[in-house]
Design a protein around this ligand. Structure first.
Ligand SMILES: [Zn+2]
Length: 86
């Protein structure tokens, strides 16, 4: 069962969060359960924290499309004409 970390959507607002979700909390949930949307204690909105520790920095190779979107210049290898006769 994966461990998820949640934190209040309104960390700085004591009226819309409790001291548990203000600091964030961890909860084990089955994968087939929908994501938690409210704090189990105060019933205010929480969001899932993407863990920096357990998530590899590069989860998958950067695709050409992603690179272009990010503003990188992508040098494409062109096979056409490489073996062209003079
Ligand atoms: Zn709470």
């Amino acid at each position: 069962m994966p461990l998820y970390e949640y934190i209040s959507e309104c960390q700085d607002d004591p009226d819309n969060s409790c001291r548990v979700c203000q600091k964030g909390f961890e909860l084990r949930r089955p994968v087939d359960r929908p994501p938690l949307e409210v704090c189990p204690l105060c019933r205010n909105a929480v969001k899932k924290v993407i863990s920096q520790v357990n998530t590899p920095r590069v989860a998958k190779p950067f695709s050409v499309t992603d690179a272009k979107k990010a503003g990188f210049t992508v040098l494409e290898k062109r096979d056409e004409g490489v073996f062209e006769k003079q």
